[in-house]
Design a protein around this ligand. Sequence first.
Ligand code: F6P
Length: 555
Amino acid sequence: MSLVQTTPPNTDANVDAPMHRPICQLLQRHFQTLRNQHMRDMFADDPHRFERFSLKLGDLLLDYSKNRITSETMQLLVKLAEEADVAGWRDKMFNGVKINNTENRAVLHVALRNRSERPVWVDGVDVMPGIHAVIDKMASFAEQVREGSWLGYSGKRITDVVNIGIGGSDLGPQMVCQALKPYRHPALKVHFISNVDGTHAEETLETLDPETTLFIVASKTFTTQETMTNAFSARAWFLYHAQLECHIARHFVAVSTNAEAVVAFGIDSVHMFEFWDWVGGRYSLWSAIGLSIVIAIGHENFLALLQGAHDMDEHFQHAPLDQNMPVIMALLGVWYNNFFGAESQVILPYDHYLRSLPMYLEQADMESNGKSVDRNGQVVDYATGAIVWGASGINGQHAFYQLIHQGTKLIPADFIVSMQSHSSLQSHQDILVANFLAQTEALMRGRTLAETEASVGHQPYLAQKVFAGNHPSNAFLLKQLTPHALGMLLAAYEHKIFVQGIIWNLNSFDQWGVELGKQLAKQILPELKVDDVVASHDASTNGLINYYHRWRKAS
Ligand code: F6P
């Protein structure tokens, strides 16, 4: 197999990109020597493999020894990171350089969780005072809601908070609120409406009392069709009960970069929580987009989340590349993606509270690195972002693990486990951990024909019961799923995505690929409401529109 390339080969590709450097030819040659080696032999040959290929940072351990690597592999991959100038780009990001070139923006989610005294400059302005001011404003507002002094229009305290947003304005806060449920205020429920399918809003609203519900309209742009549609429906539902527009102020707040649109919606700018264009949507849970998180878990716990991320930022900034957790995660991904031809990466949390993490990482990773044009505008001729997918690991064992163990595809897996559960049922926890361990061992070792026969006896269909093994996995062990540990974990993934983007010469911080569909939907929407037969699209789209038309009329 050669360095995994796009087909047909692209002769206009950027030959200066890191993936075209001679180091990749060395990696390619190394791959040829390693591709048929089995990890069970590597473990047999090296009793210190775990110590050699694991890294502990605070309460987070990464064991990457069950990967198809040797010390030489890691040296070569680190050399690739050096040649790609990962360190230089990282410093540019932390120093507010506008590395998001297509949008002419800095990339500073790291500033949002900068817990040091260090100033961060953008266009000659230190952004830290503004960040601290918003954190303080969120803290004071959240405290009023939590202690019951923020009252609804009829004088009752708030019992339910509804975040209306989509993409980065939904997935991050939703995942974190779920992950940190044990830290949540006992008398406050947090809900999330994202889908423009009316059933999402209706199902949520039918459980709520308008007198005690607070809506957070969370949208960076405040123009997103789904979010604004849901926000207007929530507003109509609220006004149906509250009658007077002046009551909106007690029940609707906004999180946005677009003050004008917030005011036009009817929300007082005093009740707007600001963030900035240098915060990407999928990197925004650390910003005011995290308001629902602060209300749910309180200011101190939110600060602990930020501190965890900051600790990972510090590690990423200062640890040598070969001992740098996000860099190692990124390089392993490149190894499988570009040399083994792996197409996907599965995320397998063994913690019920982390069950939304795979979905969150889908956006974080695929919206960042799912690109075939590099930062210089040239079409790439190598594979970029992997397909990220996954689900709760223990449930996956009874669903899709069959394919990971015995299918024809190589699927590198990330296992994420909390050693100490928030549950008091210790026997459950031991079963959960035993299963995680068993799965990583089975994926790595497999079971030969001889072992299978020795285990199950001589019986028919032995071949179906053999496991080839040699399936790579990382294991992340958290001491416990605390706000701090979650912050560390999420920041590690963010920086992994960043490093991969640098190696693939991508701008990981724009998302032009989501625009075309949005534009077409706006064009099609009025066409659904006219009486005429639509003929302005291709035959399939016309056919579907007209079929829907006929159904709409008839019903
Ligand atoms: O359509 C994609 C996207 O732009 C994401 O990048 C973003 O997280 C999401 O939509 C929501 O955008 P906004 O916060 O502006 O409503």
